[in-house]
Every structure is written in C-alpha cells, then in structure tokens.
Design a binder for this molecule. Structure first.
Ligand SMILES: Cc1cc2nc3c(=O)[nH]c(=O)nc-3n(C[C@H](O)[C@H](O)[C@H](O)COP(=O)(O)O)c2cc1C
Length: 170
C-alpha cells in the first residue's frame, strides 16, 4: 500500500499542487511509496440530495473513494479560501462519505497547505481537520504548510521535516 497524494486545487499553476510535488520529491528521496492524484480527480457536481437520488454518486467520486480505501494514508494539500476549506475539497469529502464502505473511516490523513499569505492556509486546515474527524478519519498532528508560497519557498521546504510529516501514523 502506498500514500495517496492529493492536491486540492485544479488551478494550472496551483501552489498547493506544487507543494504536493515537493512532498513527492521528498518521498522519492526517502524511499516512501506514493501515488499522485491530480486535483481533477476531485471534480464532481456540488452535492445535492436530489441529484444523488436520481443519478447516484458520480463515478469520479466512486473512483476517489476506492483510491482512498486502497491507500495506506492520504496526504491532502488544500488551499484556504476565506479562512476555511476550499469548496472542491469539501465537496469531494461529502461525496466520498456517501459511497458505501466508509472510505474515510480510520483512514490516516496528513494535511498540507500553501498560500501566498503569511499564515500559509493553517486556518483552513483546522476546519479540514474537524470535518475529517466527523467522517471518522484520523488526522495527523503536524501539518506541511508553506506560507509566502512561491516556487522558491516551496522548493526549500525542509526535507527532514517533510520526511517526519510523511511517516506520521506509521
Ligand atoms: C475566494 C478566495 C479566498 C481566499 N482566501 C484566502 C484565505 O483566507 N487565506 C489565504 O491564505 N489565502 C486565501 N486566498 C488566496 C489563495 O491562498 C491563493 O489564491 C492560492 O494560490 C490558492 O491555491 P492554489 O494556488 O493551489 O490554487 C483566497 C483565494 C480565493 C480565490
């Protein structure tokens, strides 16, 4: 089983996606196995009960639930919008919670964020941690955060810290 690395932004030049790749780079260096998931994998209509009754859970969310189930842990690197969780990420959590099999239950989830701002998105991660607790995931105590994020600051995220981040829950 390997770690599933998910970025929470579909933006072409996403800083959060770049942090995800920095984490993957460190995983490579320390021989930690992982699978990268493109943020497009989180694409689904906004949850709506009538939609679910008529069409069921979107195929994309069923696939995502299976990926989560198959992973030893999930790393979720998510942007912060207005001090909270991005709608893309929240919607994916909600949909996956509707798939039979409780993919989130007892799943180890490690959280990261990047922002051009000085707080790096930590306020969003506090909310994300609460939400994941409610779907019975285990969230790791240490976050991988890149404040003042740009290509340089992301590339210089400390590899020893990130290695320690990745082994949480082992
Ligand atoms: C609607 C909106 C709200 C935002 N709110 C915050 C915020 O509360 N805190 C923060 O640090 N950055 C905030 N930002 C800036 C994002 O951190 C920035 O756009 C970041 O690049 C988004 O992540 P991405 O690069 O992975 O797409 C916000 C951006 C948008 C579009």
């Amino acid at each position: 089983m390997s770690i599933l690395l998910i970025g929470g932004s579909r933006r072409k030049d996403s800083l959060n996606s770049k942090v995800k790749h920095r984490i993957a780079e460190v995983a490579d260096k320390f021989g930690i196995s992982y699978k990268l998931l493109d943020a497009d994998a989180l694409d689904a209509p906004i949850y709506h009960g009538d939609f679910e009754d008529a069409e069921g859970v979107p195929e994309s969310m069923q696939v995502l639930a299976r990926e989560i189930q198959a992973a030893s842990k999930v790393v979720l690197v998510s942007p912060e919008y207005n001090s909270s969780v991005s709608p893309l990420v929240k919607n994916a959590i909600d949909w996956v919670s509707r798939v039979k099999g409780d993919a989130w239950k007892d799943k180890k989830v490690l959280l990261g964020a990047a922002s051009p701002g000085g707080l790096g998105g930590i306020r969003g991660l506090m909310h994300l941690r609460d939400i994941l607790g409610n779907v019975q995931a285990w969230t790791a105590p240490n976050f991988a955060i890149c404040p003042n994020a740009n290509d340089q600051t992301i590339a210089s995220m400390d590899e020893n810290f990130l290695q320690g981040f990745l082994v949480q829950g082992d």
